[in-house]
Design a protein around this ligand. Structure first.
Ligand code: XIL
Length: 364
């Protein structure tokens, strides 16, 4: 929890009232252009329904974001609900919007145990299962070849608590294949798309806590074993779902980023947001603590040359999984203020923290 000292320290900070901060920020260069000015990309996850039904949100998205990632529309369960029948209609709509906004299009995610289609289950024998995975990857990568610049080929395959070899998550994919499906999936993606960068994506590596340390070690082990086997792997996606109050150690995290870079891999923060569910309800206080926590993290992240970009998991508090998901939402029902824009599409102190962090970033 937040110590009284920390609250007082932030309260003592010179405060540009959020109204002034907002007024200033509205006419300022966008996150998109400030990141691009440093050779970085900034973008956000979005749902097609939000872009279609909310014009103010759609224009803020076009203005602030240089990259778009579908929040759920490109997950296996969404694109192949019936075996052999891929439906890319929503994905194509999102791509058309990204193209119109001159935004990069990021692919998330080809494989995730938590979002396999209902027909893909343990009833399928091993051969049929592998065939199902490989044909899904081939079909999806070919459909978006030349449009997707980076793929999260595999999401969240590490869970040391399951006590399995390689600290792999003992979920559906592991139950069927053990670890063999991982290398095959990356090879299938590379065979279907020679140009898109291929990423492994995961969470829980950010903090100076035992679990983050174990996960960092397990993920480094997985990445180096894939590289040692010559598996086509270009980068690590660090989700970056932060929460104010958790202990962050800049040196520890800097070392982890360096170790990933030393494997010849690029790094993207793929799902950045800052949870505030343990904070008092006061929005100004929450905004300042969220911005301060983000600044501390981004200064370390953006200092690492292997980091190529930052994606937030949403852009406005109006549309954030943090406020609805059981593990992240507040018990008082208030919206989580974990994204750069508030529900009225106005820039918040977090927007400014991100803008200034991009401005301070070494040129790529
Ligand atoms: C979340 C979406 O935001 C929700 O809308 C959906 O209900 C569940 O998935 N890690 C990931 C993302 O890799 O794909 C998840 O997105 C959030 C956690």
């Amino acid at each position: 929890m937040i110590s009284r000292r920390e609250v007082m320290a932030v309260m003592a900070m010179p405060v540009v009232s959020s109204h002034v901060a907002r007024a200033l920020a509205v006419n300022e260069a966008s996150l998109r252009s400030r990141a691009a000015a440093r050779g970085l990309f900034y973008g956000a996850a979005v749902q097609i329904s939000h872009l279609i039904k909310d014009a103010a949100f759609a224009s803020a998205f076009a203005q602030q974001c240089g990259a778009l990632v579908p929040e759920w529309e490109l997950k296996w369960g969404a694109v192949e609900p019936v075996r052999g029948q891929h439906d890319f209609s929503r994905v194509d709509q999102l791509y058309d919007i990204a193209a119109r906004n001159k935004q990069l299009f990021r692919g998330h995610t080809l494989l995730w145990s938590r979002n396999a289609p209902p027909w893909f289950n343990e009833e399928l024998d091993k051969t049929a299962s592998l065939d199902a995975i490989l044909s899904h990857i081939k079909r999806t990568c070919e459909h978006l070849r030349g449009r997707v610049f980076q793929w999260d080929v595999l999401n969240e395959a590490i869970e040391p608590r399951d006590g399995l070899p390689g600290d792999l998550r003992g979920a559906l994919l592991y139950k069927i294949f053990g670890e063999s499906y991982i290398a095959e999936s990356f090879r299938a993606a590379r065979a279907a798309d020679h140009d898109a960068a291929l990423y492994y994506n995961d969470y829980g590596v950010d903090y100076a806590e035992p679990e983050s340390r174990i996960r960092r070690r397990a993920i480094l082990k997985l990445l180096s074993s894939l590289k040692a086997k010559g598996v086509p792997l270009d980068g690590l996606g660090i989700q970056g779902h932060l929460r104010v109050g958790r202990k962050f150690n800049p040196d520890e995290f800097r070392t982890f980023l360096r170790d990933v870079a030393a494997l010849g891999l690029h790094i993207v923060i793929t799902e950045f947001d800052v949870g505030d569910r343990h904070l008092p309800p006061d929005p100004d206080l929450r905004d300042r603590l969220v911005a301060e926590h983000a600044r501390m993290y981004l200064d370390v992240v953006l200092d690492e040359p292997a980091v190529k970009g930052v994606m937030t998991w949403g852009l406005s508090d109006k549309f954030s999984w943090l406020s609805t998901h059981p593990i992240t939402r507040r018990s008082d029902g208030l919206r989580i203020r974990g994204l750069p824009l508030d529900e009225y599409m106005q820039p918040k102190p977090l927007w400014r923290a991100m803008a200034e962090a991009f401005d301070r970033a070494p040129l790529r």
